[in-house]
Design a protein around this ligand. Structure first.
Ligand SMILES: [Zn+2]
Length: 326
């Protein structure tokens, strides 16, 4: 069973607007914000979904400078006021990195791998440096690493900075088939702008030569009990994962949205990171609607801590109701 923060539930529900005579859509309030700062300091959150123990591990934050092109269909002013509305600074866009680790059936399964301190600025890289250990997870005991997509902030943690040597040589690594097909194709270089060619080259220099790698197709199991769900758009093979059934479902959503203040609230907003923006919006809504229907707990890679919650409708968008940590 998931447990839900009573305060989060009350204040994020659309009903809160009616209760307090407001017109809308409170998502986070400042005491909750103070709690969040404590969580980042701690470095992880833990909660249960059914028999699985879920740990979200904080890999740090990218304080991204504002840039008018960041969101195609929202102005800088709209972006700043959406940040302010939930108590974020509007000096920059705060983009955290949060890795989901699931312990179930005697296995430790990690979803994506963190930045490896190789992208996302000087405040990223805390997973390897300290927070995995702080969360009580022995890196050597991670049995499987399941990848959502091949952006650097999700896969560089698998590769040593200068040598590309494997950081987790003893883990099985599961990659989405469609994502692999796109990035590992030598012909892709000609299709990518120069800024993304380096990433394709790095993928091609690593995964195809690694022996502990396998691929998973949409709708199939990455490993027993972890089903791949097509959520393409952010990248051509972006994939989310579903664990559990009935009343106890967990969706590892990956990057179906970037930060909640902007993109859970405004699912139509199109971040420059979304390769096929229209498809990304469609996938975002499909995953969130599935999560609402199934009362699933969802984790998001750029959701900070606890980095997980249930989803509610909120106007034309959605609200994230954070889980309560153990
Ligand atoms: Zn990302």
């Amino acid at each position: 069973m998931q447990s839900i923060s009573r305060r989060g539930l009350v204040l994020s529900a659309a009903a809160a607007g009616a209760a307090f005579g407001l017109d809308g859509t409170l998502e986070i309030i400042s005491p909750a914000h103070a709690q969040k700062a404590d969580m980042m300091e701690k470095g992880f959150s833990k909660f249960k979904v059914g028999d699985a123990t879920v740990t979200t591990v904080y890999d740090g934050i990218w304080e991204k400078a504002h840039d008018a092109g960041f969101i195609k269909n929202a102005s800088l002013d709209e972006t700043k006021s959406a940040l302010k509305a939930v108590g974020h600074t509007d000096d920059f866009v705060p983009i955290p990195f949060t890795i989901t680790v699931v312990e179930m059936g005697g296995k430790t399964i990690m979803f994506d791998s963190g930045t490896g301190g190789q992208t996302g600025g000087p405040k990223a890289g805390l997973l390897a440096k300290q927070n995995l250990a702080k969360a009580g997870i022995d890196a050597a005991k991670i049995s499987t690493i399941v990848v959502t997509h091949f952006h650097g902030d999700h896969i560089f943690g698998l590769m040593a900075k200068d040598t590309n040597a494997q950081t987790f040589p003893n883990a099985e690594i599961v990659l989405p088939e469609a994502e692999y097909k796109f990035w590992a194709d030598e012909g892709v270089l000609a299709k990518l702008d120069p800024g993304r060619q380096g990433l394709a080259k790095r993928v091609q220099a690593t995964f195809p030569t690694w022996k502990n790698v396998k691929q998973v197709a949409d709708g199939k199991d990455a490993i027993a009990g972890v089903r791949a769900i097509n959520s393409n758009g952010h990248t051509p093979g972006h994939t989310s994962y579903l664990i559990g059934s009935g009343a106890n479902q967990l969706i590892i959503s990956g990057d179906i949205t970037n930060i909640p203040a902007l993109f859970v609230k405004n699912p139509e907003w199109q971040a420059v990171f979304d390769q096929d923006a229209a498809l990304a919006v469609k996938s975002r809504r499909a995953i969130f609607d599935q999560a609402i229907a199934d009362k699933a707990v969802v984790t998001g890679y750029h959701w900070g801590l606890p980095g997980a919650g249930t989803i509610q409708k909120d106007g034309n968008g959605y609200a994230l109701v954070p889980v309560t940590s153990m």
